[in-house]
Design a protein around this ligand. Structure first.
Ligand code: AMP
Ligand code: MG
Length: 503
């Protein structure tokens, strides 16, 4: 069969075509069955000459897609938005959000959901094109995205996968053959993003502000069915749902803290209901340990600083709980009471998640009350001595206590003694401890200068640096000799590092 001829035959008025299905698409559109206020039907705007720059074959396979059928023109046409995969009914999602504390109506201003791919295991994943043209929610924006920022999202999201942190994923980055206007002209590109769903705290805020209670209920029921089916049938399912989201977000943010990930723009529209990390704009990994670390140039007050992320997580969840109030109880006062009770647990749940992950990083198998101070004492020392976060844990793992200035300090020696005594009080052997630490302390993180180096080469046509970086980031716990170069902190000339939102 000649796929190209067939594609041409099926061209529709909007300039998009429908593809045949050798690629393995098995698409459902459950989101489009929600009340219509939640979306606008919206096809991607066709682009001049789409070309796939990078394609995630292993993710394609997990999704039940056939990488070969998505090579060349076929994949480029779909990932560029010129063709709609069979069964897809594209739409732009409506949502609102608190951006740096200010509430606004938002929505997919430059993205469309093509549909939900059902995997061979029966799992459901959103397939979204980001940078695919204007939508009714674009406001003043052009609906487009630049190659650099889309590749950046590809790198960081796949690094998160390697680190074992729940995240949206990146299937492809496709150039459009068109330029976009930012501070300078940039190559236009589209990211194909894969997510457990794109439901956000902001989607619920949109429902609460612009929908009827039935709309809000429909959205909550949908989210429960998709992400928390276990609460179905419980006495107050919406309260259980709230508690589950609180738990998952606490666990997620704890995982960010364990690797020094700074999201940079934790607006409520960038917080998922599924518990996946989403929207890799100005995010970056902390090198020198300092809770006040901020990379984003627009975060002037440090609202989204490393040390503030747990607090902001709680703040965002309060906005989520507020949105859910009409479903929690018919009596408003009672609803507020239930919401407050649930929210009051967040700090404790977060701390428990944080401490338990830090125990693993220090090779601790069981629980002692003093572990908390053992951990905070170390972090304080790291702050005082401006120690590299990742490399300090790596050094402790391999007992390589030269190099860093902190390891020579008397206070550190005292701390080290206490830590050794702590390890001796558990029954596990030194080897067990070492193994636990290896598995929980990444050797490599996407260091800012490495990410920049890969992106600079990639936007100039050389993808090899990025491909190599992705390979290393896929196995951050390997601690191999080949990875040693990637463990080095940035030279001082590359600091302070700044990220920008001009995506
Ligand atoms: P973000 O900062 O990526 O979370 O985006 C915040 C909001 O701005 C979302 O509603 C986006 O869809 C929208 N947005 C960002 N960039 C553009 C753009 N180039 N064109 C239209 N909307 C955009
Ligand atoms: Mg966003």
């Amino acid at each position: 069969m000649n796929m190209k001829n067939e594609r041409r035959e099926r061209e529709d008025k909007g300039g998009n075509t429908m593809t045949t299905n050798q690629a393995g698409w098995k698409i459902d559109n459950s989101y489009s069955r929600l009340p219509t206020i939640f979306y606008s039907q919206q096809k991607p705007t066709p682009v001049k000459s789409p070309e796939v720059v990078i394609f995630n074959e292993s993710l394609a396979e997990e999704l039940g897609l056939n990488p070969e059928a998505l090579q060349d023109d076929e994949g480029a046409a779909i990932f560029g938005g010129n063709e709609i995969p069979e069964g897809g009914t594209p739409l732009a999602q409506a949502y609102a959000g608190h951006q740096f504390g200010h509430f606004t109506m938002l929505g997919d201003g430059r993205a469309v959901l093509l549909g939900e791919q059902i995997t061979p295991d029966g799992e459901r994943f959103d397939i979204q094109l980001k940078g695919s043209g204007r939508t009714p929610y674009s406001r003043g924006g052009d609906g487009r995205a630049g190659l650099g920022p889309m590749l950046r999202e590809f790198i960081i999201s796949e690094a998160m996968v390697g680190l074992g942190i729940p995240t949206t994923r990146s299937l492809a980055v496709t150039t459009t053959g068109e330029q976009i206007i930012r501070e300078t002209m940039q190559t236009g590109a589209i990211l194909t993003r894969v997510a457990a769903s794109h439901l956000r705290v902001g989607t619920f805020q949109f429902a609460a502000n612009w929908g009827k209670t039935e709309d809000l209920r429909a959205l909550a029921d949908y989210a429960i069915e998709r992400h928390y089916p276990e609460v179905d049938g419980q006495e107050n399912r919406y309260l259980s749902f709230l508690k589950k989201v609180i738990k998952r977000q606490a666990a997620l943010i704890a995982k960010w803290q364990h690797v020094g990930f700074i999201h940079g723009v934790m607006n409520t529209d960038n917080m998922t209901i599924s518990g996946e990390s989403i929207d890799y704009g100005p995010c970056a990994f902390m090198d020198t340990y300092d809770p006040a670390t901020v990379f984003s140039s627009i975060d002037r007050d440090g609202r989204y600083a490393y040390g503030n992320q747990p607090y902001i997580g709680g703040w965002n969840l309060s906005r989520f709980a507020e949105a859910l109030l009409p479903l929690l109880h018919e009596d408003e006062d009672e609803a507020v009471k239930l919401a407050e009770e649930a929210l009051s647990e967040f700090p404790e749940i977060f701390e428990a998640e944080f401490i338990s992950g830090m125990r693993l990083k220090l090779g601790i198998f069981n629980e002692e009350k003093e572990d908390k101070s053992l951990i905070s004492d170390l972090l304080n020392l790291m702050n005082e001595h401006k120690a590299d976060f990742t490399n300090t844990f790596k050094a402790l793992t391999f007992d390589q206590l030269e190099g860093s200035e902190m390891f020579q300090a008397v206070d550190f020696t005292k701390w080290h003694g206490k830590w050794q005594e702590r390890l001796e009080r558990q029954e596990q052997s030194k080897d067990d401890v070492h193994e636990l630490m290896r598995d929980n302390n990444p050797g490599v993180i996407p260091r800012n200068h490495r990410v920049e180096e890969a992106l600079n080469a990639a936007v100039n046509g050389d993808l090899s640096v990025m491909v190599k970086l992705l390979e290393v980031l896929a196995n951050p716990f390997e601690h191999s000799a080949e990875q040693a170069e990637y463990c080095k902190p940035a030279p001082s000339t590359a600091r302070p590092y700044r990220t920008f939102c001009g995506t």
